[in-house]
Structure formats: C-alpha cells, structure tokens
Write a protein that binds this ligand. Structure first.
Ligand code: FES
Length: 234
C-alpha cells in the first residue's frame, strides 16, 4: 500500500478561483471547493452534467455553496458555453481555474484560455482516462516486430491489453499525463482517439505516437469492421 496521491493541489491565495467540474469530474473538485469555502476565498464552483439525476452530490453541493455554485444541465437546455466562461474569467481579473471533466470540455476551455492569452500557470486540470472524442469500442492491436496480435476490449485500455500478452511498455501515471507509455503507430485502419493531455494538438496531428494508457483506436465512419492498429514499442 502507498499513501494517497495528490496530483491536483490547490494553491490558496489567488485573488479568485473558478472550479469547473464535468460529470464524474466533480469527485476531484468537491473537497477543493469545500476548502475554499472554509478559508473564505473568493470562488465559483461551476458544475456541468447531462441531467440532474446523473450529477453526483448535486443537492449537497448546492446546499453548501449556495450562491457560489452555478449548475449547467444539458437536458434542461442550460449547457455550459466553455468559451463564454473563459471570457468571463478574462474580464474578471486574475483568476485560477481548476477543472476536471470530459476531454471535450477541458479541450474547449484550454483552447479559449490559450487564445485569450491567459497565464498558462493559472489553468490547472486533472484528467481521467475514460473520456475521449468517441465512445470506446473494441479494436485489434498488432505488433509485427514481436509477432503479437490481440483484441482490446471496450473496458480495457491498450496498455492493459499489451501487458496481458506480456508486451513490456513503460508507464507511470496511467492517466494520459506523463507520456511515458507512448508507442509508435505504424499504421491504423480506422482512427486514433487521442485521450491524453501529454501531446499538444499539433503533435497529435503530426506525430505517429500515442499514449497507450488512455488513447484508443476506433473504426472509420463508413466501416463495420473493428479498427486495426499496428504499432511498435520503443
Ligand atoms: S502512463 Fe503516463 S501517459 Fe500513459
């Protein structure tokens, strides 16, 4: 056993904090919000979800944070406009934004944050490896250099599938953050669903690498057959 790890530390003392949680990302944000309330910091908790019945702790959080929580619910037509949130922050003066949620939401915020020229150090995020651009699906991975081929199930990561068949891949965070598990893509019949936050958008487009712990392959839109990923392990 090890001690609990904290990879998403809060810096108390910023002039203002915005905490953005999408779906299950609220679990990484709940305690941070509680601490900010306890120390009487200036903060807003923004909680985003598809429907109220799928938003954990909603009632309790609303009770605790009162006027400091904003709730956006897709099926009530109040979806969050991520760009507008960043614009608000930019207009409001120095603010630290902490976020945890689906990759699309975090990506939209990161883009606008970058476009508005806001300080990179003031944007902090925690990722979880189960959200991508596409629904996870089964695909085939093949490593010709080792004569290995296996199927990666919907509920299994590429890294886990490779480990299952004895292929050695170095890893650490297993959340798409450190880049240690990167593998080289030789060919893909289908598309790659990059789910990491280690590679930049440019690298994801241009580089033949992907993070095996979170990224996956998905079939091309017009094909019924599962995607086939041919890779090399460094
Ligand atoms: S192990 Fe860190 S990005 Fe995959």
């Amino acid at each position: 056993m090890t001690q609990p790890l904290q990879n998403f530390p809060l810096r108390i003392g910023a002039p203002r904090h915005v905490l953005l949680a999408g779906g299950i990302g609220i679990t990484a944000i709940t305690e941070t919000a509680r601490v900010l309330r306890r120390v009487k910091a200036r903060y807003t908790l923004v909680y985003v979800g598809r429907s109220r019945d799928r938003m954990a702790y909603l009632e309790e959080l609303t009770e605790i944070h009162g006027g400091d929580i904003r709730v956006h619910v897709d099926d009530e037509g109040t979806s969050l406009d991520a760009g507008a949130l960043v614009d608000e922050i930019a207009a409001d003066g120095p603010t630290e934004l902490y976020m945890c949620g689906p990759i699309r939401l975090m990506d939209a915020v990161r883009r606008r944050w970058h476009d508005r020229g806001l300080p990179a150090a003031d944007l902090r995020y925690e990722t979880f490896g189960n959200s991508g651009w596409y629904e996870p699906e089964e695909f085939v991975v093949s490593i010709p250099a080792l004569g290995i081929e296996t199927t990666v199930g919907r509920g299994r990561s590429l890294l886990e599938a490779l480990e299952d068949i004895g292929a050695e891949v170095i890893s650490d965070c297993r959340k798409g953050e450190c880049g240690l598990c990167q593998i080289r893509v030789v060919r893909v019949e289908g598309r790659i669903d990059h789910r990491d936050v280690f590679f930049s958008d440019e690298q994801k487009k241009a580089s033949p690498k992907m993070c095996a712990c979170v990224s996956r392959a998905v079939r091309a839109p017009s094909t019924g057959a599962p995607a086939v990923l041919t890779i090399d392990i460094p």
